[in-house]
Design a protein. Structure first.
Length: 319
């Protein structure tokens, strides 16, 4: 049930709409990309910071977009057990949320101008497709988030693209042989290690959405919002959650077996107890009272795992 109340201040309502609790999920893959860049001796602090700011702006813009489009399409109802949505709850006018979405994505484009100058055409493609994907997740005539494709979007953009993109822009910024606005991927700028290192962030980011969709499965189905959880049901959605989470702990072992990284890459395994605790909750519950805190704990697991993974990746390059 929505917890929106009439006495919520405008400032608090805007904070609720931006959903700052999701920002660690936006920052986590950038942190991993930076750690890998340190290991490869291509760390570029200004470029990494720009990537972080851009990622967070896209995260907030997507939060505004989801809040707005879910409300105008009738997907957010009073039966929903998730955190308060400000548009559906009447706390902020729909057009105001829409303008905030446009402005936030606009700021992301401004930051992206620098990243485009550094990374060239590949960053143009990644940036514009990321913004389009954020809007079309719940917006447009055929919102793919309502057709079971939201998990794929999160896995690709909040994992694979975010980590590899962060590494890529630092690699090209650190290479004096690469000029302004490269039109193709320069040699060595996107190694296989960056793709593999992106998998834990991709998996845990998607796991957040899986928990969200398990919690909302019945109300989403009633509203015609066919998430992957609606298609799969509770049992297979939980299998998906376990597979995504398990992958996040297999990848550090793969890196640890490589002498170039070694045992420091196992640092993310320190978060296993937290992940196991969340998994128990997800396996045993479907109601918001239990899964809302679990959502936050998956986000905490993602951020802690990413920070420890980044440290583990970077450490051999610093010694």
């Amino acid at each position: 049930m929505s917890t929106a109340t009439a006495d919520v201040s405008k400032r608090k309502a805007w904070v609720m709409a931006a959903r700052p609790q999701t920002l660690p999920a936006g920052a986590a893959p950038v942190v991993v990309g930076a750690g890998l860049a340190v290991h490869a001796d291509v760390f570029a602090p200004v470029t990494a910071l720009a990537a972080l700011v851009g990622a967070l702006l896209i995260q907030v813009g997507t939060n505004f977009a989801n809040d707005y489009y879910d409300a105008v399409k009738g997907a957010d109802t009073d039966e929903r057990e998730g955190f308060t949505r400000v548009t559906a709850g009447g706390l902020i006018e729909p057009e105001s949320v829409k303008r905030a979405m446009i402005a936030t994505y606009g700021l992301a484009v401004v930051v992206g101008i620098y990243l485009v100058a550094v990374g060239g055409l590949p960053i143009v493609v990644v940036g514009l497709s990321g913004i389009a994907a954020g809007v079309l997740y719940t917006g447009g005539p055929f919102p793919y988030g309502y057709r079971g494709l939201g998990d794929l979007f999160v896995f690709v953009y909040f994992g694979l693209v975010a980590v590899t993109g962060t590494y890529y822009v630092q690699a090209v910024a650190s290479d004096p042989a690469v000029g302004t606005f490269p039109t193709a991927l320069p040699a060595g700028s996107l190694p296989l290690s960056a793709v593999v290192a992106s998998l834990p962030a991709a998996g845990l980011s998607t796991a957040i959405l899986v928990v969200n969709n398990i919690r909302d499965r019945e109300t989403d189905r009633a509203a015609g919002k066919k998430t992957l959880a609606v298609y799969l049901g509770y049992r297979w959605s939980r299998v998906e959650f376990l597979a995504l989470t398990g992958m996040a702990y297999v990848v550090p072992v793969v890196f640890a077996l490589d002498p170039a990284y070694g045992p420091p890459a196992l640092a993310p395994l320190l978060t296993l107890p937290l992940a196991a605790s969340v998994a128990r909750t997800v396996l045993e519950n479907t109601e918001g009272e239990a899964l809302n805190p679990a959502l936050e704990r998956v986000g905490q697991t993602l951020f802690a795992h990413s920070v420890l993974f980044a440290i583990g990746l970077a450490l051999p390059g610093l010694l």
